[in-house]
Write a protein that binds this ligand. Structure first.
Ligand SMILES: Cc1ncc(COP(=O)(O)O)c(C=O)c1O
Length: 377
């Protein structure tokens, strides 16, 4: 049976990975500055992670959400401690889209309203309401398009005010650093005003931290760079270091009711073991400090390269903007220099999303390759 052909693939076949490197079937080593799309947080094949998953699957890999699962409680407690998000409650699911889907549904349940305000170049996943709130017509099918979504410009606070005052908006969903769109960030005044307007208009603020969360921005959550209190925070990518797990942190002003949300696989024992070991490693290895240090190091070098026109993002969620499309540059980096990087909807932007364990010599290796390619251009 052929695979449904929806992914344009690079001709590389990784079979093994360790730390910041992946290896193909010929043992060729690739430097992973893409992190499997911002997923690899604590590094490939971290021994503590491997041990946690191995032990858990041997004990109990899965049982449904009909029984007590103390691992979910442990994960929630650890997440509260590391994120500093006190008093929020945790609902676990399996992916970023599912996290946002549940967040939007909860906002609609809570407010009794159904319109969503989202932003240009935002990306929130490929399911029903999440994809409708995503600014990409090519991935919104007619069945999704029936959702009521108003897409506004970042930083346009007047339009946010006008829309929320109409009284039918259940949620404002936003990325504090846009990922897929190309690392744009609104200014802090805008974020803080949006937060206030939501509170004044019985609209929930959903922080989509699927990509920017788990330390990637230099703080546990990207919204923590601002003075805002989201009602719901959605998480996924870095949470399981590759094990599929997602979730939402829910403010105590939203009351749970039996049956309101649910999932078969979400929060299973194996996923929780993976998620817990990720948080333990982030803490034990001081990875958030490493993010800050490596980010400054990366930006310092990037600033010395005149062909880089703009440096975007925060922490290890970074973008280098050029005055040309980077498709060929990415191919050269992979095939000639064995370095994975990311692209974005902004075709001139090279995205850098390494494991949070990346070190200076990896960054040096990247810039040597980049300068070599740019010099030959
Ligand atoms: C900000 C953001 N939200 C949601 C998603 C969707 O996550 P998933 O692909 O796990 O459904 C993504 C994926 O790239 C994302 O970057």
């Amino acid at each position: 049976m052929p695979l449904f052909n929806v992914y344009p693939l690079y001709d590389v076949t990784p079979v093994k990975a360790k730390g910041v490197y992946v290896y193909d079937e010929n043992q060729t080593e690739y430097l992973d500055l893409y992190g499997g799309h911002a997923v690899i947080s604590i590094g490939h094949g971290h021994p503590k992670y491997v041990e946690a998953i191995t032990n858990q699957v041997a004990e109990l890999g899965f049982y449904s959400n009909a029984i007590q699962n103390p691992l979910q409680v442990k994960l929630a407690d650890k997440l509260e401690a590391l994120s500093g998000c006190k008093n929020y409650e945790l609902f676990l699911c399996n992916s970023g889209a599912e996290a946002n889907e549940n967040a939007l549904k909860l906002a609609s349940f809570k407010t009794g309203k159904s319109r969503i305000v989202a932003f240009k170049n935002g990306f929130h996943g490929r399911t029903s309401a999440a994809v409708a709130a995503t600014d990409n017509k090519n991935i919104i099918a007619p069945i999704n398009a029936q959702q009521k979504v108003t897409t506004l410009d970042l930083n346009d606070i007047e339009n946010v005010k006008t829309e929320l005052e109409k009284g039918d908006v259940c949620a404002v969903i936003l990325e504090f650093i846009q990922g897929v769109g190309g690392l744009d960030q609104a200014n802090s005044d805008f974020f803080e005003q949006v937060d206030l307007l939501c509170k004044e208009n019985n609209t929930l603020l959903i922080a989509d931290e699927v990509q920017s969360g788990y330390g990637r921005s230099g703080k546990f959550f990207a919204f923590q760079h601002y003075n805002v209190t989201p009602d719901i925070i959605s998480i996924a990518k870095g949470m399981g270091n590759g094990f599929p797990i997602g979730g939402i942190l829910i403010h105590p002003n939203i009351e749970a009711k039996f049956g309101m949300l649910g999932t078969t696989f979400g929060g299973n024992h194996l996923a929780c073991a993976a998620g817990l070991s990720v948080l333990n490693v982030i803490e034990e290895q001081g990875l958030m400090d490493n993010v800050k240090e490596m980010s400054s190091y990366f930006i310092k070098i990037a600033k010395t390269i005149p062909k880089i026109k703009n440096i975007k993002g925060k922490g290890l969620m970074l973008g280098l903007e050029f005055d040309f499309e980077v498709g060929d540059l990415r191919k050269q980096l992979i095939y000639d220099y064995q370095i994975f990087t990311g692209g974005a909807m902004n075709k001139n932007l090279l995205r850098i999303l390494p494991p949070l364990t990346v070190k200076k010599d990896h960054i040096d290796q990247f810039f040597e390759a980049l300068v070599d390619i740019l010099d030959k251009k």
